[in-house]
Design a protein around this ligand. Structure first.
Ligand code: GLN
Ligand code: ZN
Length: 756
């Protein structure tokens, strides 16, 4: 059997690309230097993959920002407003990714959306009726040639035509169907160029196929590939799916002229059944996704080899593959020097997964049960040290159904809180973090490295908090925050203080563009031994008469942004974390914090891709977990929550069922469709749809914010509307933050004046 991976991380093992790109943005690095960094990363990775004996080595999985954006640019999907800036190709690309404000003009970025059920975010390319789709870029060809020049034959990876058309945002009158012919031509051109360069295999990524598909979707899919495949010559095509099973189109996949089909055996609940019941196609290769591309646990060889054995016994020509791109796992365990071996023995990051593929390849060709590699692997699954805490398990077992309900009901609380806080109409607030300037990061690093004492560390943060409170009062915000200077990351911060967690030094995973997160690992049962945030919040509140929001991360987000256990259910894990955060909520309240925000930035993240699984596999425990956290507070205590997206139109009831008092969410980058459904569903929770995009450095004008608010007021009743940015400000600079927030407050004041 041969081995394949779908893609590899690309920010660099030590985030070299991130740092270089950010320097480039600041003007401290030239475009050539940035290109060189990128080249070096690609080269290292190809060599590494080649040295482990990987048979199908991907290329064009690299990206300066995002692969969807790369594909858009490749096929000329570049709206006029970006082209009109007349910047270099690279800067036009970055303008689409991040927006641009400068001498050449002022444009917003493309929208950004979560990539299926991951914490990666892709850019949503926008297409209008004037855009002609055609092959104009050279990235896949350049990278293929680059690898070839160092003696490595690669398999170029391209977003598939169907997924591209399904994920584009159509701003004109045309729809996906209208572009089908042009797309077919463009992909056919791409194939002929690649085959001319000597490519043997090309991988088309079609994750959209794992959604619930309509008849029209399947027709479009077949039309596209009948067209594209009719012109393929020497090059072989791998149709790669991931993040689930392809139950709606399995037979189409078999009947189309693909040379290989990639199926996900990890998240694809029905993948095995599909193969079993329908068989596979003669002459095609099955790329079996048996090594999990999302988790960090070692592969269980016994299970994997059993799958491979069965495929082999069916006579299916199988390639051992990962279940999705390794983009979603960190680079390598080699960078982890602090975790004891008794723990790391159980983990496999990207590089270690390459080794697993190599090992599985060898084992699959032998009678493996007596092989040392097999036995060593089996021993790992016989039990892990330090992961059971009976007291935690008992607490979870004792949860009663009343623990999920906060009393009194919302309307009564809302009235009480209006009196309690006496806030002006359209209250202004922020989402929590303030700019993480170099000094803030340096303070944390110095403390972590032992270069300063704890009291020095605390004193610095207190000064920052004091500045931040003063800053917010000057700006004129109504509900303040302490600024989160003590936090590197909203999940890791809690993970580090909770029992049951392990954390890494360098296990970064790309979230979007140059932004990476370092998810902690849930190793064992989770509990809290002491307050985690109370001292900071209490200090911040002591500096102001305005309400200070306590700032916590909710259990679903903590879980979704951690690498989860696989030996207990996610429900069990979520409830364990919920009980720990609940203790923190009650401690904040007992210490005089009257507004508490419990961020569920990642609530939607693990929402199953198929609607039929939404409640049974997810919402039925996720929403209760959130309710468990806040059900113990007094009526007057105001519970906020925040989500990083507005794509909950279809799950609005579940969101309202979280029973928070106020919810803030992203709205500035998306169309305001969400507002219609809030109205239609009589959404009870007060709302703060973000009025500007914090992912971009541009400063929104008062008029712009005002216009956004006016639009919101068409759908939201004035007494329910809050005014806030769409997410935390940690990635922003000080100057733009001040300017943006001043404009935000000005817009809210304007509105108040007019409404009185
Ligand atoms: N309170 C967090 C912050 O402001 C929320 C971050 C998020 O939603 N991702 O940084
Ligand atoms: Zn957010």
């Amino acid at each position: 059997m041969r081995t394949s991976i779908i893609g590899y991380p690309r920010v660099g093992g030590l985030r070299e690309l991130k740092f270089a790109t950010e320097k480039y943005f600041k003007g401290d690095l030239s475009a050539d230097e940035l290109q060189n960094t990128a080249k070096q990363i690609r080269k290292n990775q190809w060599l590494l993959q080649s040295n482990t004996g990987l048979d199908f080595i991907p290329s064009n999985d690299f990206s300066f920002y995002d692969n969807m954006l790369d594909t858009a640019v490749l096929f000329h999907i570049i709206p006029k407003r970006y082209a009109d800036l007349k910047l270099s190709a690279l800067d036009t690309y970055f303008a689409m990714a991040r927006g641009y404000q400068g001498e050449a003009g002022d444009v917003k970025a493309f929208a950004m959306k979560k990539w299926f059920n991951t914490n990666y975010h892709y850019m949503v390319p926008e297409i209008d009726d004037d855009i002609e789709i055609k092959l104009v870029g050279t990235k896949p060809f350049d990278e293929f040639a680059e690898a070839k020049a160092i003696g490595i034959q690669t398999k170029p990876v391209i977003t598939g035509a169907f997924t591209l058309l399904k994920l584009l945002r159509y701003v004109g009158n045309k729809t996906a169907e209208d572009y089908a012919e042009a797309v077919i031509r463009s992909y056919a051109d791409l194939l002929s160029r690649l085959s001319g360069l000597g490519a043997e295999w090309v991988q088309f990524d079609e994750p959209y196929l794992v959604y619930d598909l309509t008849e029209a979707d399947i027709t479009l899919f077949e039309k596209l590939y009948n067209g594209i495949l009719s012109s393929k010559k020497d090059v072989r095509i791998l149709l790669q799916t991931y993040f689930g099973d392809v139950r709606d189109c399995y037979n189409s996949l078999l009947s189309l002229d693909f040379d290989g089909i990639g199926l996900d055996f990890m998240e694809g609940k029905e993948t095995w059944r599909l193969v079993e019941q329908n068989g596979f196609a003669d002459g095609k290769l099955l790329f079996a996704g048996v090594v999990n591309g999302k988790n960090i646990w070692k592969n269980q060889y016994e299970k994997t080899l059993a799958i491979l054995d069965s495929l082999q016994s069916k006579g299916i020509d199988t390639v051992i593959s990962t279940s999705c791109s390794l983009l979603h796992v960190p680079y390598t365990l080699k960078n982890e020097t602090r975790l004891p071996k008794k723990y790391t023995d159980h983990f496999a990051f990207a590089e270690e997964k390459l080794a697993e593929l190599a090992e599985l390849k060898v084992l699959s060709e032998r009678v493996y049960t007596q092989e040392p590699a097999f036995q060593a692997n089996r021993a790992l699954f016989e039990g892990r040290p330090d992961c059971n805490d009976p007291s935690v398990q008992e607490k979870v077992a004792k949860i009663r159904s009343s623990d999920f309900t906060r009393l009194p009901a919302f309307s009564e609380r809302e009235a009480l809180q209006k009196k309690e806080f006496a806030l002006p109409a359209f209250p202004t607030t922020t989402i929590g973090s303030f700019p993480q300037t170099a000094d803030v990061k340096a303070n944390r690093t110095a403390f972590r490295k032992g270069n300063i004492t704890e009291s020095e560390y605390v004193a610095f943060n207190r000064r920052k908090i004091a500045e931040c409170v003063e800053w917010q009062e000057e700006i004129g915000l109504d509900v303040l925050v302490h600024g989160e200077f003590e936090r590197n990351d909203m999940v890791e911060y809690f993970g580090e203080q909770l029992n049951g967690y392990l954390f890494t030094e360098k296990a970064w995973v790309q979230s979007y563009g140059t932004r990476c997160v370092k998810p902690p690992l849930i190793w064992g049962d989770v509990s809290r031994s002491k307050p985690m945030t109370v001292a900071w919040s209490v200090y911040a509140q002591s500096l102001t008469d305005k309400p200070m929001k306590g700032m916590l991360t909710g259990p679903v987000t903590i879980l979704n942004w951690s690498f989860p256990r696989e030996d207990i259910s996610v429900r069990e894990s979520a409830y364990q974390i919920a009980l720990a955060i609940r203790d923190e909520v009650l401690d904040l309240e007992a210490n005089g914090i009257r507004v508490i925000q419990i961020d569920e930035a990642a609530l939607r993240e693990k929402l199953p891709l198929r609607r039929s699984d939404w409640y049974s596999e997810y919402l039925d425990w996720a929403i209760p977990a959130f309710r468990l956290v806040h059900s113990g507070v007094k009526a007057e205590t105001q519970i906020h929550t925040h989500m990083c997206y507005s794509e909950f139109t279809d799950m609005i009831r579940a969101i309202d069922d979280m029973d928070a008092d106020v919810i803030t969410f992203e709205a500035s980058r998306s169309d305001l469709l969400i507002l219609d459904s809030l109205k239609e569903n009589n959404f009870k929770t007060e709302v703060g749809p973000g009025v500007y995009d914090i992912h971009s450095p541009r400063v929104p004008s008062v008029e712009e914010i005002r216009a956004a608010l006016d639009k919101m007021l068409e759908k939201i009743s004035p007494e329910k509307l809050w005014v806030n940015p769409d997410c935390g400000l940690k990635t922003r600079g000080v100057a733009e933050t001040t300017a943006s927030l001043k404009n935000l407050v000005a817009a809210a004041k304007e509105l108040r004046n007019e409404n009185h």
